[in-house]
Design a protein around this ligand. Sequence first.
Ligand SMILES: NC(=O)c1ccc[n+]([C@@H]2O[C@H](COP(=O)([O-])OP(=O)(O)OC[C@H]3O[C@@H](n4cnc5c(N)ncnc54)[C@H](OP(=O)(O)O)[C@@H]3O)[C@@H](O)[C@H]2O)c1
Length: 290
Amino acid sequence: MSTLSTTLPGGSWALGDLTVTRFGYGAMQLAGPGVMGPPADHDGALAVLREAVDLGITHIDTSGAYGPQVTNQLIREALHPYPEQLHVATKVGATRDAQGGWPTAREPADVRRQVHGDLETLGLEVLDLVDLRLGDAAGTRPGSLAAAFETLVELQQQGLIRHLGVSNATAEQVAEARSIAPIVCVQNMYNLAARTDDELIDALATDGIAYVPFFPLGGFTPLQSSALSAVATRLDATPMSVALAWLLQRSPNVLLIPGTSSTAHLRENVAGAGLQLSAEDLAELDAIGR
Ligand SMILES: NC(=O)c1ccc[n+]([C@@H]2O[C@H](COP(=O)([O-])OP(=O)(O)OC[C@H]3O[C@@H](n4cnc5c(N)ncnc54)[C@H](OP(=O)(O)O)[C@@H]3O)[C@@H](O)[C@H]2O)c1
């Protein structure tokens, strides 16, 4: 297993044999409006990615569906050849239509095409981590993942993927995936106000599987809560810092991938996530999503 010494808040976590900083970066916000097309500020987007690596972040989340292909290409332009310790996670299972929608694409041929597309756009021979993204833009949907997940396993056996995960998945789908092959992470929507996965997080922690919350800061609708603001004011911190610190303290298997298109916000988030929350703070924050 690779080792990693980091001063980033939260320390590190082992995704299978890959060690990553628990403070990572989600690249989705680097694409244009509606996650379609190029960013308004191309050089600014490259600067954010380089700043992430300079700060010591070793886990970047992306998908061929972002742009489409835009964030993958930006990551390659900014960071290739990649530092040895950097691990880029991608997701397959959705594509984009001309209206900016996210139609599902999980037939075996779709999955193969997306994996080969990610390898090409990222300039890699092996993808470190690929999540099968389930459900749709509105949330999780029940149903078997077997055909799509078995295709990823086949690609893994061919040496094109190191580790597998699932995303936007129900607990039943997580269990089904695990009955087919080992997974190293689940990437689902979760934050201070969206707590559906509380039990799942604890169960995955017991089994050493990472939980990667997407929309950790509320996504397209920033987290807003009077309790969050009150705790932030008391600690002389921003609500974003408190929301990230809460996630890091929620469970050791939680990995952060907050998104931002601003180097200033990225630095602010890294600096703020190490905030120590007291039992009183945690109790107040816990009440938000319950
Ligand atoms: N698996 C899935 O289905 C799925 C779905 C959605 C997202 N994801 C992944 O999860 C990652 C995180 O989600 P996300 O980026 O959509 O949402 P997020 O991390 O919850 O929030 C990002 C938003 O917060 C703002 N922000 C960040 N730091 C800030 C700060 N310090 N002050 C003020 N505003 C701040 C950003 O605006 P600025 O750009 O102005 O900083 C951006 O609008 C994505 O990048 C993507 O990789 C996965």
